[in-house]
Ligand binder design. Structure first.
Ligand SMILES: *[C@@H]1O[C@H](CO)[C@@H](O)[C@H](O)[C@H]1NC(C)=O
Ligand SMILES: *[C@@H]1O[C@H](CO)[C@@H](O)[C@H](O)[C@H]1NC(C)=O
Ligand SMILES: *[C@@H]1O[C@H](CO)[C@@H](O)[C@H](O)[C@H]1NC(C)=O
Ligand SMILES: *[C@@H]1O[C@H](CO)[C@@H](O)[C@H](O)[C@H]1NC(C)=O
Ligand SMILES: *[C@@H]1O[C@H](CO)[C@@H](O)[C@H](O)[C@H]1NC(C)=O
Length: 463
């Protein structure tokens, strides 16, 4: 295996917040320090794993180290989503398998506070799971985290979900426990787990005007008293943005949007997530399907420049009702994964265009196509690659969204062939990764069953 480096990759950063909360039937927003004079938007800064804003940022890492991690993150992310799918199919149940994302399968992180008084949390942002959970005192087992651990006994707005709550039966991995409490139990792929009690709390987010915006004490979350995950001690929990009965998204107008700018710039500060009514649902839309909490869209074709590749659109279709195939739109994998015939068609076209000028190279077992050279210098005039989704929504990938500078003098296509396991068995699942979504505002309107893409400079969305 040749490992590599890449020019910069993902890095990111930030967020901001604003909420738009207009009181709606299911949601009431209270502004704790500022009375909004106009609808506010809840905008949250998204912090990239390699950002200097990441509390455990390692200053000794160079670009090669970060690019290698981007590759590993893509691999473990794809494996994480498949593990969830396989587990939910073996349960044959219509709700989410309790598999957790690890820090290694996560790209973006976000801050918020829980309880009253509010206690800050630093969590993984995960569109692949739908429960929000954080570590809670008293700890049967807790890993060392950043800042104080949340103590529900010191919060005036904490309330446990009773076993007879209609929500309790949707608890991942658990339900009513021996003590008559509504419990949950989530596990990492390596067997560690987080378990605790389902409860309701007040969530507080920083507003762009320096004020704070609180969601009332009715938001369901997992209060984790037994957290065995040794590796992920940097974070205090997971902010699940998937869709489900227990998920925050379903209580926040069933919508959210995010804008990710340049993943190559570690200091980019305009990456943001907007929750609820303020989600910016603009641009071309494509139908959205939610399967066990995860988000699927329909890819119909790929073009390189004006040339539409010969790919049977059936290969991207979702045929099973558990989401084992089809196309997931994801926020954790930098790279995109395409089912083999789709990947091969794209790879062959890239080769046809670049083989003439450049010398082939290798990276990570040569899963993808690589060349000697520097993207900015050697990939000039390369046509845009377009992913065409159902109903006419497109994602257009320029060279920075398609190629990754793996080493100082080697770059690779950041699209990989879907594999099911380490033996490279095939799978029919595809995934649209974050590099492909750079410089787009992507919105999820779950009740309207659509995702929208709008190409935009994320900075323009700062309020
Ligand atoms: C980056 O750092 C690693 C060690 O962490 C080293 O092996 C590698 O040569 C460095 N790469 C560059 C391009 O400096
Ligand atoms: C995450 O990556 C680090 C560094 O590569 C490794 O030491 C750790 O075991 C990984 N954790 C998991 C859960 O895979
Ligand atoms: C996120 O929260 C942590 C802990 O409260 C804090 O140290 C860090 O500065 C925050 N990050 C950002 C980008 O606000
Ligand atoms: C949670 O599930 C894991 C894996 O199934 C199990 O080993 C662990 O004992 C469970 N934890 C609790 C508190 O039930
Ligand atoms: C993928 O789809 C093809 C064509 O429908 C099918 O023959 C194959 O068995 C599927 N593979 C897996 C792993 O589901």
């Amino acid at each position: 295996m040749i490992v590599t480096k890449i020019s910069a990759i993902m890095i990111m950063a930030v967020a901001i917040f604003t909420i738009y909360f207009i009181t709606s039937t299911s949601t009431i927003l209270a502004a704790s320090t500022v009375i909004p004079t106009r609808p506010q938007r809840l905008i949250i800064e998204l912090i990239h794993r390699d950002s200097i804003r990441f509390p455990y940022h390692n200053r000794n890492e160079n670009v090669s180290d970060r690019v290698e991690r981007a590759m590993k993150t893509s691999i473990s992310r794809f494996a994480y989503l498949q593990a969830k799918i396989i587990k939910s199919s073996s349960w044959n149940e219509n709700y989410e398998a309790g598999i957790l994302p690890s820090i290694n399968s996560s790209l973006f992180f976000m801050n918020f506070s829980i309880g009253r008084p509010p206690i800050p949390q630093f969590t993984i942002m995960d569109t692949g799971s739908s429960l929000l959970w954080v570590q809670c005192l008293p700890c049967n087992k807790c890993y060392k985290q950043f800042g104080p651990t949340f103590d529900p006994s010191k919060s005036s707005t904490y309330s446990e979900l009773p076993c007879n709550s209609p929500y309790c039966r949707y608890s991942p991995g658990s339900a009513c426990n021996l003590f008559g409490k509504c419990s949950y139990n989530l596990t990492y792929m390596d067997g560690f787990s987080s378990s605790g009690i389902l409860a309701r709390e007040t969530l507080t987010f920083k507003a762009s005007d320096e004020g704070r915006i609180s969601l009332p004490g009715t938001m369901i979350f997992g209060c984790g008293h037994d957290n065995g995950m040794f590796h992920d001690r940097q974070v205090t929990g997971v902010f699940g943005l998937g869709f489900g009965k227990l998920s925050l998204v379903s209580h926040l107008a069933s919508s959210f949007s995010y804008c990710i700018g340049n993943l190559h710039d570690p200091n980019y500060i305009h990456n943001k997530l907007v929750l609820g009514h303020g989600a910016r649902i603009e641009g071309d839309s494509t139908p959205l399907e939610v399967i066990n909490g995860r988000y699927y869209i329909t890819l119909e074709g790929v073009s390189v420049g004006e040339r539409k590749l010969e790919i049977d659109p059936k290969i991207f279709k979702r045929k099973t009702n558990i989401g084992k195939d089809g196309v997931v739109i994801d926020t954790g994998s930098p790279a995109t994964w395409l089912v083999k015939p789709g990947f091969e068609a794209l790879r062959e076209e890239v080769k046809a265009l670049l083989d003439v000028w450049l010398t082939r190279s290798y990276w990570f077992d040569s899963w993808t196509v690589c060349y000697e050279g520097v993207i900015s210098r050697d990939v000039v005039g390369f046509p845009a690659v377009t992913f065409h989704f159902a109903d006419g929504a497109d994602l257009v990938l320029d060279r920075e969204s398609l190629f990754l500078q793996a080493w100082p003098n080697v770059f690779c296509m950041a699209v990989f062939p879907s594999f099911a396991d380490h033996d490279h068995h095939e799978t029919n699942l595809s995934l649209v990764g974050m590099m492909a979504q750079q410089n787009y505002n992507v919105a999820f309107d779950v009740s309207g069953k659509k995702v929208t893409f709008q190409r935009i400079d994320c900075e323009l969305l700062d309020d």
